[in-house]
Design a protein around this ligand. Structure first.
Ligand code: PMP
Length: 440
């Protein structure tokens, strides 16, 4: 009988497979060499440094550590019932399609749902303006692949989202930074940075990761005007925009841009200067790995080509289930519920900081999102403090790596969405003890 791996037991595989002995009867003249992998990696791979942060964060996985380090949503708000029902419905009614390959652009009803949602905000977007990605993180990577040549300079806030830097470092990006204060990117300093000729501007206007700050309307306008004047595109990364706990919704940069550039493609849809990213990670579930890009159709077409080489398309099943769960108004109701839970947790963290932190420690007061940003007195170093914090059973992310051109040694990012209010209070109490012990 011919050999068939499925017909033998695993322990009998080697003998049954008749794998030839080495050395072969007719060995080539070269003796075998162990591959020196280091010499084989591409230049870009040399730039992929495992971050010290990731190593530090492994320490926080001990169960008794209260971790404010990750950016995790609260699992209590995942709509598990709705997902269970939707999975069954999809498999029973549409299983053949949901388990099949799909288009690179993404599941059309899902793109149409996103287009309808976006159109609420005063900008005409069609499904052709939208690409579904495996989370926003993939969108950042595809943007790197499509736009960044080695040595290109990207204009970013300082601090900015670490995952974007990680994605773009691999493509050889360099950075020009603009300071960020309590009203977001300091656009008064933007023009000088634009003169240095960046490839694009990367900005997080709502409840920025890591600082939690929100860009004022005035600054958004200034950003859009300056970018337009200098002909530099904007990447607007907005995973948290819907998670606002107080204050009024501010217009997205892409919406403001549509006012300047009009909706001037042939069909009257958006074709301006902004590529907008968002995700289902924070409003539904990050395990879905579903995000989306909105942009001019010509840019979407290039991103589609880049994505084809990466993964052909985003998981069909996840897209169909997300649509099934999300359409018909559920997502809107669900976002309201998440806001309630996270508002309470943010308030718990702010109250605990007020209660326990010593004089000289400052923090941001986010109106939404998942993070706030703590600044210790000058001269303190949160990376050095980290090990001691973990010994004291509390963790955070040190602020320095969020600054691509250095700085921020005395800062840290705290997440408030994951832990329950009473746990947050205890964690902040522990953190304050570590800080007090090191105050000069
Ligand atoms: N951008 C920002 C600013 C983020 O904070 C995150 C996740 N923390 C992402 C992108 C990536 O999100 P995802 O891939 O889960 O959509």
């Amino acid at each position: 009988m011919p050999f068939d791996p499925f017909m033998v037991k695993p322990e009998e595989f080697a003998s049954a497979a008749n794998i030839p002995e080495f050395p072969l009867e007719n060995p080539t003249r070269r003796t075998s060499m162990q591959t020196l992998w280091d010499h084989r990696y591409a230049q870009r791979t040399q730039r992929m440094k495992g971050s010290a942060i990731r190593e530090l964060l492994k320490l926080t996985e001990q169960p008794d550590v209260i971790s404010f380090a990750g950016g995790l949503p609260a699992p209590e708000v995942f709509p598990i019932e709705e997902f269970t029902a939707a999975c069954l419905r999809v498999l029973r009614e549409n299983g053949g399609m949901a388990l099949q390959y799909g288009s690179t652009e993404g599941y059309l009803p899902l793109r149409e749902m996103i287009a309808r949602h976006t159109s609420r905000y005063g900008i005409r977007v069609s499904a052709d303006n939208i690409l579904i990605t495996a989370g926003s993180q993939q969108a950042l990577d595809l943007i790197g692949k499509v736009f960044i040549n080695r040595g290109d300079r990207i204009l970013v806030e300082s601090p900015t989202y670490l995952g974007a830097l990680q994605a773009w470092n691999a493509y050889g990006a360099e950075y020009i930074t603009v300071r960020t204060d309590d009203e977001g990117m300091v656009t008064e300093e933007l023009e000088d940075a634009l003169r240095a000729g960046p490839k694009f501007i990367y900005v997080l206007p709502n409840f920025q990761n890591p600082m939690g700050v929100t860009m004022s309307t005035q600054r958004r306008r200034q950003l859009v005007e300056l970018a337009s004047r200098y002909g530099v595109p904007i990447i607007e990364d907005d995973p948290y925009g819907q998670l606002r706990y107080e204050g009024e919704h501010l217009p997205s940069v892409v919406v403001m841009d549509a006012k300047i550039h009009g909706q001037n493609d042939r069909n009257g849809y958006y074709s301006g200067n902004v590529i907008y990213l968002s995700t289902f990670s924070k409003i539904l579930a990050p395990g879905l790995r579903l995000g989306w890009v909105i942009g001019p159709t010509e840019v979407i077409r290039k991103l589609v080509l880049a994505k084809q080489g990466a993964d052909l398309h985003t998981a069909t099943f996840n897209q169909v289930v997300a649509y099934e769960v999300g359409h018909g108004g559920f997502l809107d109701r669900h976002v309201l519920k998440i806001r309630e839970v996270y508002r309470e947790r943010r308030d718990a963290m702010l109250a605990a900081l007020e209660k326990y932190m010593p004089e000289g420690v400052r923090w941001t007061r986010p109106q939404g999102g998942l993070f706030l940003w703590v600044t210790l007195p000058e001269g303190m170093n949160t990376t050095e403090l980290f090990t001691e914090a973990v010994e004291n059973k509390v963790a955070y992310v040190p602020g320095e790596p969020f600054h691509p051109c250095g700085g921020g040694e005395n800062t840290m990012r705290l997440n408030f969405s994951y832990s329950k209010p009473e746990v947050i209070e205890e964690g902040i109490r522990r953190l304050s003890q570590v800080i007090k012990a090191h105050l000069k």
